[in-house]
Design a protein around this ligand. Sequence first.
Ligand SMILES: CC(C)(COP(=O)(O)OP(=O)(O)OC[C@H]1O[C@@H](n2cnc3c(N)ncnc32)[C@H](O)[C@@H]1OP(=O)(O)O)[C@@H](O)C(=O)NCCC(=O)NCCS
Length: 163
Amino acid sequence: MSAFSFRRYAAADAEAIGRLYFDSVRALGVRAYTEAQVAAWAPAPVAAEQVQARAGDGRLTLVAEDGAGQVAAFGDLEADGHVDMLYARPDAAGTGVAGELLDRLIAAAREAGADRLYVEASELARPLFARKGFAVVRRRDFEVRGVAIHNYAMEMRLEPDPA
Ligand SMILES: CC(C)(COP(=O)(O)OP(=O)(O)OC[C@H]1O[C@@H](n2cnc3c(N)ncnc32)[C@H](O)[C@@H]1OP(=O)(O)O)[C@@H](O)C(=O)NCCC(=O)NCCS
């Protein structure tokens, strides 16, 4: 049984998610990116209003809660099959929580009848997406806040469920 429970995002999660995003990028990001890159990627915790606005734009945002009821990871899925975000709290990374959350996003996409899922995966996220069946389409080199960084465009085709 999972140590985590999964549910839809609620407005009360906004602040914790804004903080988790920052902590995750700063603490985990440095395993594959430079200090300058992670500072440009996440300059500060994301404001609760911004988290709420994004989560309320029609996408599906899921939250993993640990046994203490704290947000341990979150991820989202847009209507066109785009996984925009998948972030684990640093102390929860490597426990399988992000993988379980991604399984749920994939299942939701299947249920919605999507034929393709796609993501721009960081170096940290790439192995997880690959394990779930995503293939690298190309490496993307770009700048964020004037700092050069890279990630990987990955995609997964979904077969329609046999009726
Ligand atoms: C990307 C990110 C969410 C991936 O998290 P993760 O820790 O690799 O994913 P999981 O929590 O599913 O853990 C998987 C790892 O836990 C291990 N694990 C331990 N117990 C497990 C279990 N019960 N079930 C599955 N995996 C388990 C797996 O072996 C795997 O380790 P490995 O990658 O060395 O093989 C995380 O690195 C992160 O938040 N990074 C910073 C932000 C980021 O890059 N986000 C992505 C932007 S696209």
